[in-house]
Write a protein that binds this ligand. Structure first.
Ligand code: PEP
Ligand code: MN
Length: 357
């Protein structure tokens, strides 16, 4: 679906990368909100975030301060001049947030997964002109993410933006939520006009990962960053390990290297021409390999042989990944490619087997 989007930039927020949104995971007390906001405003942050309604994994934890916190955000606006944004998950949240003059809304990852909830929010926003940022669904489903943009767009929302907050996985290793960068990269290809924010706090789940994730996002040309911050991070009522003080935030932002496209791209163009030519060769070779695979399929059919010959497959994987390593290719990478190629060969041979004689 073709979308004609409008800028999410509000007056006074300049277009320089990164556009920064920061503030606590949750609004806890009026003092905590005001102190955090003052610290951020002093560092030049223009957009303040705070969760008022918190989607928590289990009941019994702090589930957000609720509508009362909206009044604190109003105070942040009045006293610091920052814009304010919060998460909405139901139509009631939307009505309350609009009534309180919230400037930007965001839809959380646990809401984006649910088309009923997204539709309810979209319906509640009909006829309202407000920027809405949509976090990726917790599961790595790009179509579901795009579907959420379409629902909001169909309700008349033109100021849309994406937040990449990573994808949950069963076995958490380095990251709280896997970045799977190829998904936001593909989103950019599909919706080039859509401004993209990275949320390194929820991807990393820990402070140390914020700086490298921010840099990666900048190198991938994200427009903005949404980073959790707190006047006293260790004592935060939610997500304590991933929040930073305004000083640390400022330090991290100052370290970022923002690489913009420059004029001297002639060398790059030449290298890209080489890549294009190599890709063409790769595709030609793949096509040739598949043709031979199909011939093998015909042979197997005529001689009543099964398609899968496991020893041969293991041998291919083993030999090729060693060969790849000797060419300075990552063994795992080579194995993955061969697995994909093998899968496609098997699929093609199955078509041949099933063809009527
Ligand atoms: C949040 O931003 O505090 C939040 C709940 O994030 P997510 O929806 O990405 O889990
Ligand atoms: Mn959080």
């Amino acid at each position: 679906m073709k979308m004609e989007l409008e800028s999410i930039l509000l007056p006074g927020v300049d277009n320089q990368r990164p556009i920064v949104i920061s503030g606590p995971c949750s609004a806890e007390t009026e003092e905590q909100v005001m102190e955090t906001a003052r610290g951020l405003a002093a560092k030049g942050v223009k957009i303040f975030r705070a969760g008022i309604w918190k989607p928590r994994t289990k009941p019994g934890g702090f589930e957000g301060i609720g509508a009362e916190g909206l009044q604190w955000l109003k105070r942040v606006k009045e006293e610091t001049g920052m814009y304010v944004t919060t998460e909405v998950a139901t139509k009631d949240h939307v009505f309350e947030a609009l009534k309180a003059g919230i400037d930007i809304l965001w839809i959380g990852a646990r809401t984006t997964v649910n088309p009923f909830a997204v539709q309810e929010i979209a319906d509640a926003l009909k006829g309202v002109d407000i920027p809405v940022l949509i976090k990726n669904p917790v599961n790595p489903d790009l179509e579901l993410w795009i579907g959420a943009f379409e629902r909001l767009y169909n309700a008349g929302i033109r100021r849309l933006g994406a937040i990449h907050r990573g994808f949950s996985s069963y076995d958490k290793k380095i990251y709280r939520n896997l970045p799977l960068w190829h998904i936001p990269i593909e989103l950019r290809r599909r919706m080039p006009e859509l401004p993209m924010f990275c949320d390194p706090s929820h991807i990393g789940g820990k402070r140390e990962l914020i700086a490298p994730l921010c840099q990666q996002a900048m190198d991938l040309k994200f427009e903005g960053l949404i980073i959790e911050s707190h006047c006293n991070p260790d004592c935060a009522w939610s997500d304590a390990s991933q929040q930073v003080t305004s000083d640390v935030l400022d330090y991290v932002l100052n370290l970022l290297v923002i690489r913009e496209e420059n004029q001297t791209t002639e060398n790059l163009s030449e290298l890209r021409r080489q890549i294009d030519a190599i890709d063409e060769q790769l595709l030609e070779l793949l096509a040739k390999r598949m043709r031979i695979s199909r011939e093998i399929g015909t042979y197997k059919k005529e001689h009543n042989m099964p398609i899968l010959q496991s020893p041969r497959y293991s041998e291919i994987l083993e030999k090729r990944s060693n060969m790849g390593e000797s060419m300075e290719l990552d063994a795992e990478f080579v194995k993955n490619i061969l697995k994909e190629i093998h899968e496609e060969s098997v699929r093609q041979q199955m078509v041949i087997m099933n063809e009527q004689a």
